[in-house]
Design a protein around this ligand. Structure first.
Ligand SMILES: Nc1ncnc2c1ncn2[C@@H]1O[C@H](COP(=O)(O)OP(=O)(O)OP(=O)(O)O)[C@@H](O)[C@H]1O
Ligand SMILES: [Mg+2]
Length: 606
């Protein structure tokens, strides 16, 4: 951040130019606001001339008519000022609110389409806090600071011109003081900007820490972690406070120094001007008007210096928002997209993959296989083998480092992501649901599905029964992440949700792991019904599911060790044979045949 010190001042506000793109659509409001700004500034400035007239002619000539006229004009000016102020405040705030709302929307919409890997390197909770705090900062700045700055620039220029008109000699004195004020503004302003960015970062930390702890409250309490969280949170809050105070201190210095300089300058002008009035070379009205303008000029310099640091804070916030907005999508859409051909064969060719966060570790290492349409293929393998990763790649959440994945003879990179995913139905390993009703969750992928289709997929997923038992049925509301349902219920809903999309290819990642043997059996039968109709790729641990597949792939440490039917693999693949032996024991215990388990346990263990 130190390079900021060498940057010329004009460059420090450069990020704000990026925000202009968001202001530009509202030129009409900006024009209204500008007119109001000019009107109010002009009215305020003309008050000085009025003062001069009243003092020199109203009082000086002892005539009451001039006084009455002057008061009349003054009243008119007040009305104008009131209307102008209303319009200025309304339109400027309107633009501020509108721009920050648009920016929020633009950032969110950009992030929604970004490659999932982005959120491994950048914490979603921190991004969430940026979308709220940074845009809010921008909103206040555009909605008030910019208007204050513009108004005061106008007042400064107008005031300065009128100063010279009123008295050139005294004005030179004022102009000589300007650099004295500007230098500290620049010096302190830079520090404020740097501290401001770090202050917003700390604030984002606070937000994301609280979010994570509260979302996982059961784990927090189960491990008696509240004390630790309390301490860690307090640390973050304190750090945010310290950084904020450092920023505020710089700003206070700035405001105080500017005030001191301005008031000293005015005092010396009073002294010089007072001498002139005594000597009779200028009128008292002239001096009064002069001091009025001097106050306006000085006041506007002070106001600008104050909001200048706000503008710098806004520049910091804008920079970060534009960073989010400019985050490059590593999964570009194809320039000339193609549709997958027929038949809809799924072909994985020599795929090598490592996660971007761990580039050295090959999670998939030369994996090749082909799945014909309507085929049911099971993938088995130890934990960490790369099974879930493979399903991610099939949906193009990542691109392979080398090799290719083809759907209907077309490389996934040549198909629009929307079209790839439109053909796939996915049941994740951790069945995620969203806050809302069960119906909302089920219709997630296809809101226009009919009631009949809904019932059908619930039946296939063996979920009708438990939903029927809920007092509100499909209108039962669940919390964020599906709070309020059992793991197995969530799993069945996730299956129904995927089936409702009527996908050509169904990807199931251990979709039945949390189910009791009976529910699992029902789903297995449903899958059997789908066989031939849809391609099914199922990551499975249960022998019953695996046996039902047309073909089984054995994956271990990123390598495809073998493929074939159950009988072939039992005979030829040691890893698979061992998997089957262990499963046999598990299944026995599922059926409550404890004795058999014990009996079979001993020879296998040896
Ligand atoms: N987002 C990620 N970033 C970096 N490494 C990852 C990421 N996700 C998974 N891995 C690593 O990739 C490897 C394969 O993980 P994967 O989730 O595909 O395994 P899996 O076969 O599905 O295992 P399980 O049966 O336990 O679900 C593991 O070593 C894991 O640590
Ligand atoms: Mg997995």
């Amino acid at each position: 951040m130190d390079e900021g010190l060498d940057r010329p001042v004009s460059k420090e506000l450069v990020p704000l130019r990026g925000a202009w793109k968001f202001v530009a659509p509202y030129k009409k409001q900006v024009v209204f606001a500008s007119i109001a700004l000019v009107v109010t500034a002009t009215v305020t400035l003309s008050i000085g001339q009025g003062m001069r007239l009243v003092i020199d002619h109203g009082f000086g000539d002892g005539s009451s008519t001039v006084l009455v006229q002057s008061i009349g004009v003054f009243a008119l000016l007040v009305v104008l000022l009131t209307l102008g102020t209303f319009a200025r405040f309304y339109f400027v705030s309107w633009v501020g609110e509108r721009v920050s709302a648009d920016l929020r929307r633009a950032v969110f919409s950009h992030l929604l389409h970004l490659h999932p890997g982005y959120f491994e390197a950048n914490q979603p909770t921190e991004i969430q806090s940026r979308i709220t705090t940074d845009t809010t900062l921008l909103q206040t700045v555009i909605g008030s600071s910019v208007s204050i700055a513009l108004r005061n620039v106008l007042m400064f220029t107008g005031g300065l011109v009128l100063l010279f008109v009123t008295n050139a000699k005294l004005s030179l004195l004022v102009v000589a003081c300007v650099p004295l004020v500007v230098v500290p503004v620049i010096l302190f302003g830079r520090r404020v900007r740097r501290l401001s960015r770090s202050s917003q970062d700390r604030l984002a930390d606070v937000g994301s820490y609280a979010g994570e702890a509260l979302r996982q409250i059961k784990i927090v309490q189960s491990f008696n972690h509240q004390g630790e969280d309390d301490r860690a949170f307090r640390e973050r809050v304190d750090l945010a406070f310290k950084v904020a105070i450092r920023r505020i201190r710089q700003r206070s210095y700035l405001v105080a120094i500017v005030m001191l300089l301005v008031l000293s300058a005015i005092a010396s002008m009073l002294w010089v001007g007072g001498q002139d009035v005594l000597a009779g070379s200028i009128s008292p009205g002239e001096l009064a008007a002069f001091i009025f303008y001097a106050f306006i000029v000085a006041g506007s310099v002070g106001a600008i210096s104050e909001v200048y640091s706000d503008l710098q804070r806004a520049a910091g916030a804008t920079e970060r928002l534009l960073e989010l907005l400019g985050a490059e999508n590593l999964l570009e859409e194809p320039v000339s997209p193609r549709m997958p051909g027929q038949p809809l064969t799924l072909a994985v060719r020599d795929v090598v993959f490592a996660y971007p966060t761990r580039p050295g570790e090959r999670v998939l290492d030369g994996v090749s296989f082909v799945v014909d349409p309507g085929e049911m293929v099971a993938i088995v393998g130890p934990s960490g083998a790369g099974k879930s990763t493979l399903l991610d790649l099939l949906q193009r959440f990542y691109d392979p480092l080398s090799g290719s994945i083809e759907l209907g003879g077309v490389d996934l990179r040549e198909i629009r992501k929307e079209n790839i995913r439109g053909l796939l139905g996915f049941v994740p390993q951790d069945p995620v649901l969203f806050a809302g009703s069960l119906r909302d969750n089920l219709l997630y992928g296809r809101p226009q599905a009919s009631e009949v289709e809904l019932t059908q997929s619930l039946k296939l997923a063996h979920a009708l029964e438990f939903i029927g038992a809920l007092p509100d049925g499909l209108d039962t509301v669940v919390g964020e992440g599906g709070v309020g349902l059992s793991g197995g219920q969530r799993q069945r809903l996730a299956i129904a949700r995927a089936l409702l999309v009527q996908p050509k290819v169904l990807l199931l990642d251990e979709a039945t792991s949390a189910l009791d043997a009976q529910s699992e059996d029902h789903i297995r039968q449903s899958l059997a019904e789908l066989k031939g109709e849809r391609t099914v790729l199922v990551v499975a641990h249960r022998l019953s599911t695996v046996r039902q597949a047309d073909r089984i792939l054995v994956l271990s440490e990123g390598k495809l060790l073998a493929g074939g039917t159950h009988e072939q693999l039992v005979a030829t693949n040691e890893l698979y044979a061992r998997f089957v032996r262990i499963q046999f024991i598990d299944q026995s215990s599922d059926n409550g045949e404890v004795v058999q388990r014990r009996l079979s346990n001993s020879p296998v263990a040896r």
